[in-house]
Design a binder for this molecule. Sequence first.
Ligand code: GLU
Length: 293
Amino acid sequence: MIASFSSTGSDVSRFAPSPSGRLHLGHAHSALFAARAAGRQGRFLLRIEDIDAGRCRPEFEAAIYEDLAWLGLHWAQPVLRQSERFAVYDAALRRLEERALVYPCFCTRKEIAAEIAGAGAAPHGPEGPLYPGTCRSRSASERRRRLAAGDPHAWRLDLVRAVAETPALTWHDCGRGTQRAQPELLGDAVLARKDVPTSYHLAVVLDDAAQGVTLVTRGADLFVTTHLHRLLQALLDLPVPRWHHHDLLSDAKGRRLAKRHDALSLAALREAGLSPAEVRARAGFPEAPPSPS
Ligand code: GLU
């Protein structure tokens, strides 16, 4: 497969892996796609998405730099590491809290599953059943009491309030065209986890803005999340990039590549004697990636 995409030739793009395993061929596709999207006049950036301390390891981060350099990629400095930005994420969350656009959610996974099972016809989004809203209707005094008692809690977006505060939103995907934002597909999404003071969604919109990203490229598996990201950008007054969600690579049996496909890790392919050019070709980009001008 040879990748196709559209960029202005002077975009700021980024590759944003999590250091929770070795990079595989699918990551190589994403990274090369992003580098190509920036083009020779643009800037290709790297971001380490390491908010999950339980799953991320320094040796995987070191391996990311090594694998990408071996592939022939050049990225502009500085590399942004999400684990160094928890104060920024928290400040944004507090702004949303002041406007009553988020609420603490004390539910356990088990309680949510039981509530959904008992509801009969629970609303579903493309990613599964939506949060049933149990904690949305708790009184201010109950919330205060439980927060003061230190009850473990996540913070969820109050979707209905958030949508009421924003005009109708659209966003542009370079592959699929202009989209009407439908954040309702994700419901009251978690913006800060119980164990981590942010979530993928909140961190990614703040970081893309902080890094000046103008063209967000990533796998089609994240297409749905962009509806929510567009809403968060509106709520937090952030600049709005363009997006290009690319198809995911699959293995010979048609299964999507994932971290469990260790045989297809870039390290394994390298050890098996493949050259960077051969791996780039397998990842859909036979030609050398742009180097900095
Ligand atoms: N860290 C995400 C992943 O590894 C990528 C997120 C993004 O590109 O927005 O799937």
